[in-house]
Design a protein around this ligand. Structure first.
Ligand SMILES: Nc1ncnc2c1ncn2[C@@H]1O[C@H](COP(=O)(O)OP(=O)(O)OP(=O)(O)O)[C@@H](O)[C@H]1O
Ligand SMILES: [Mg+2]
Length: 279
């Protein structure tokens, strides 16, 4: 990359004039403030890059001195702008793999890379920061906070990720953004309901809005249609496909439903802790 001018000012703005070769790797600048710029080679297509990748993942749980080997050397790759399904029988290690990819847990062996950077070995704090800023997660059992309303649950990641001052200064636009997302998943009429007052499908849709509120680069979804009837599940899938098509959102989705996997761009099949096939 050739940088012709680089000016910083006291108001934390940074002006960069540069030409970037097609062959350049993405570049990151981490300034003293929270400012973060990632530059990509200008002529490269946005899709087709490997966004999330894992190599040789091993994970064994230990319970009452009994070892349960769950992942036994799993490789995985998700391309930017695509929907990748992880499919396999109950107990095959799908949620375990998703949690390692999301840095919620660490592998015993192997590595996870996001956008070319290794992430599995980062400190807990850096992993928390990474998840809050770059990744949206939909859990198999929603994990909504029971005391909070739909709107408050959706706002939670922003309140965690920002300082109180930044939140207060941008409160109106943050709330509008959260409400737009809640509308998008069809829950505009349930803003002030608590999870116990929502149906399963409504809780799932709240979890989708919460996962998207920070504008993540990638969405990891664990059986987003698993606990729902066919029609509601199809509606959830439509929302995810729409987000993928319209915003180019990269999605990794765990499912045990072959008909859903068929609608995805790529399918990674897990069996007994190993990748059986990639299609
Ligand atoms: N924290 C844990 N401690 C001990 N064993 C665990 C733990 N988490 C998962 N396991 C075991 O690991 C295996 C894989 O679990 P995992 O949740 O990854 O499966 P899964 O493919 O997501 O299944 P399902 O489709 O039922 O959600 C299971 O046999 C489970 O009992
Ligand atoms: Mg699971």
């Amino acid at each position: 990359m050739n940088i012709s001018t680089l000016n910083t000012s006291t108001s934390n703005t940074l002006k960069l004039n540069a030409t970037i070769d097609r062959t350049d790797e993405p570049l990151e600048f981490d300034g003293p403030t929270r400012l973060r710029v990632v530059a990509y080679p200008t002529n490269e297509p946005v899709t087709g890059r490997t966004m999330l990748q894992a190599q040789g993942l091993h994970k064994t749980y230990k319970k009452n001195r009994v070892s349960v080997p769950v992942l036994k050397g799993v490789d995985f790759a998700a391309q930017q702008g695509k929907i990748t399904a992880i499919i396999g029988q109950s107990g095959s290690g799908k949620s375990t793999l998703l949690h390692l990819l999301a840095t919620l847990d660490r592998p015993d062996q192997g590595e996870v890379h996001f956008d070319g950077h290794r992430i599995d070995h980062l400190s807990r704090r850096s992993r928390d920061h990474f998840r809050n800023q770059r990744l949206g997660m939909i859990f198999q059992f929603y994990h909504l906070l029971p005391e909070l309303s739909t709107l408050e649950n959706v706002l939670a990641p922003i309140m965690i990720g920002r300082s109180a001052l930044s939140y207060l200064m941008n409160r109106r636009s943050i709330h509008n953004h959260a409400k737009e997302l809640i509308d998008r998943v069809g829950l505009g009429h349930r803003l002030h309901h608590k999870p116990s007052e929502l149906s399963g499908g409504e809780m799932q849709r709240t979890a989708i809005a919460r996962a998207l509120v920070t504008n993540p680069d990638i969405l990891l979804a664990d059986e987003p249609t698993g606990n729902l009837d066919q029609e509601t599940g199809a509606g959830i899938l439509d929302i995810l496909k729409e987000l993928n098509r319209e915003q180019g959102l990269t999605i990794v989705m765990v499912t045990h439903d072959e008909s859903i996997a068929k609608k995805c761009d790529a399918v990674v099949r897990l069996s007994k802790g190993r990748v059986e096939s990639v299609a």
